[in-house]
Design a protein around this ligand. Sequence first.
Ligand SMILES: *[C@@H]1O[C@H](CO)[C@@H](O)[C@H](O)[C@H]1NC(C)=O
Ligand SMILES: *[C@@H]1O[C@H](CO)[C@@H](O)[C@H](O)[C@H]1NC(C)=O
Ligand SMILES: *[C@@H]1O[C@H](CO)[C@@H](O)[C@H](O)[C@H]1NC(C)=O
Ligand SMILES: *[C@@H]1O[C@H](CO)[C@@H](O)[C@H](O)[C@H]1NC(C)=O
Ligand SMILES: *[C@@H]1O[C@H](CO)[C@@H](O)[C@H](O)[C@H]1NC(C)=O
Ligand SMILES: *[C@@H]1O[C@H](CO)[C@@H](O)[C@H](O)[C@H]1NC(C)=O
Ligand SMILES: *[C@@H]1O[C@H](CO)[C@@H](O)[C@H](O)[C@H]1NC(C)=O
Length: 424
Amino acid sequence: MWQRLTMSVLAAVVFGAAVSLAIPLKASTTANRYSASSQSNHFGPLTLRSDGTFQISVLEDLHFGENAWDQWGPQQDINSVKVINKIFDKESPGLVVLNGDLITGENGFLENSTVYIDQIVGPLVSRNLTWASTYGNHDYDFNISGDAILERERNWRNSRTSPMISGSDAGVSNYYLPVYDHGCVNEHTCSPQLILWFFDSRGGFRYQQGTPESRVGQPNWVDRSVVDWFNSASRSLTKRYRKTIPSLGFVHIPPYASYALQDAGVDPNKEPGVNDDVPLAPQAQGWCPDGSNNGTCTYGGQDTEFMQAISHTEGFMALFSGHDHGDTWCYKWDRLLPGMDVTPANNVSLCFGQHTGYGGYGNWERGSRQVMVSKSGLAKFEADTWIRLESGNSVGRVSLNSTYGQDRYPRTNDSMTYCPTCEY
Ligand SMILES: *[C@@H]1O[C@H](CO)[C@@H](O)[C@H](O)[C@H]1NC(C)=O
Ligand SMILES: *[C@@H]1O[C@H](CO)[C@@H](O)[C@H](O)[C@H]1NC(C)=O
Ligand SMILES: *[C@@H]1O[C@H](CO)[C@@H](O)[C@H](O)[C@H]1NC(C)=O
Ligand SMILES: *[C@@H]1O[C@H](CO)[C@@H](O)[C@H](O)[C@H]1NC(C)=O
Ligand SMILES: *[C@@H]1O[C@H](CO)[C@@H](O)[C@H](O)[C@H]1NC(C)=O
Ligand SMILES: *[C@@H]1O[C@H](CO)[C@@H](O)[C@H](O)[C@H]1NC(C)=O
Ligand SMILES: *[C@@H]1O[C@H](CO)[C@@H](O)[C@H](O)[C@H]1NC(C)=O
């Protein structure tokens, strides 16, 4: 289901040039990339607003560069830029998260597969917004890699994507960003109010390995080395600041627990959202337990350590994923689920966002999940969230608090694409 289904139909659209107003800085070098994990950048550290709140807008599955060779493809990118602009006409976040599948990598040409980054970030740069990325399975292919995307996005000072671990099996977008209190100018003297964790669930294919006809698959789960890093980094943060710091996580492919929760039943009034991708595609789908993917296994269980880690880290409130374009709910993982052997010690909400791009499969109305925390809410490990749609409407507003999963909310309308010229 993560294959795009749109290839065959061509809309009668006006062909327009892709314009980016953003002006890149000098290119970063690959040599300093992993050492330059400057969490506070040109824009300074991330901080709460003066009223004690902090908002995040999640853009996911943008799928730029799809069908780059025909008229349909570039037109979808123009439509996606319009979606981004419409969202930020309504929302003013402190951070934008690009949560994977920025580009449809299998359609890319080696010489220019990452140029679409410029088009994606144009609306963010012109609004002086900063962003942080995770990379998705379509960001890894024969002609594109997480490293190449990182290099392109780091041409802008607005990018806070700053990998903290290296290794060919770790993926690229693994790091954390602290959010400090309002007024913090020097992060060395401030104590974080919130930690944002970014994980790379990899997948897709290895860059320039094998041949174009026979590409080499890359495992599609958060690697063990990343889990070890997360466990040790979160422990040292707790020790250093002598407190449990509330945290949120972002990863492109949802963990298997999302699959098990969906299987247990999504209640449209308790977990409001679209639930059309059934069953959803989780991490480690299609791989065998021994790490081979010869097409015979449906799920290999390799995300078990990751699920163990996030559900045993005190203060880890919620994990946000994309990947399954037709699922947009949040579900509190608060119990041992059938088919699993991880029992959460710390309840964690597993949330999908909303398909943002016009590339990629499905024509559910485009949009973006918003996450809002406040100082008073963080004291209780609570976050609020809703989805801002391209139409300007917001849907699925819920509070991820201690009674989430019992509280009743209005159902989310399963609305389809808003753009009348984008039907396909
Ligand atoms: C952009 O944002 C930064 C940090 O929030 C601020 O220091 C700067 O003045 C802003 N620039 C513009 C042009 O608004
Ligand atoms: C990769 O890029 C090369 C060079 O532009 C192109 O010939 C090829 O079709 C692209 N795709 C694959 C899968 O190799
Ligand atoms: C990328 O390269 C291909 C093949 O060289 C070319 O046809 C295409 O126009 C280029 N796309 C962009 C956006 O520069
Ligand atoms: C695929 O791999 C699994 C696990 O190693 C193995 O049990 C199975 O026999 C393999 N199937 C084929 C067709 O190679
Ligand atoms: C997790 O949620 C369950 C049921 O929703 C509740 O009984 C339990 O106390 C919660 N655990 C924690 C650690 O909050
Ligand atoms: C959680 O939030 C919902 C919606 O705002 C509210 O109705 C409910 O009372 C809250 N639960 C707690 C324990 O505050
Ligand atoms: C729900 O979506 C349909 C189109 O998919 C639209 O006609 C209808 O007005 C929507 N209802 C609400 C309450 O938004």
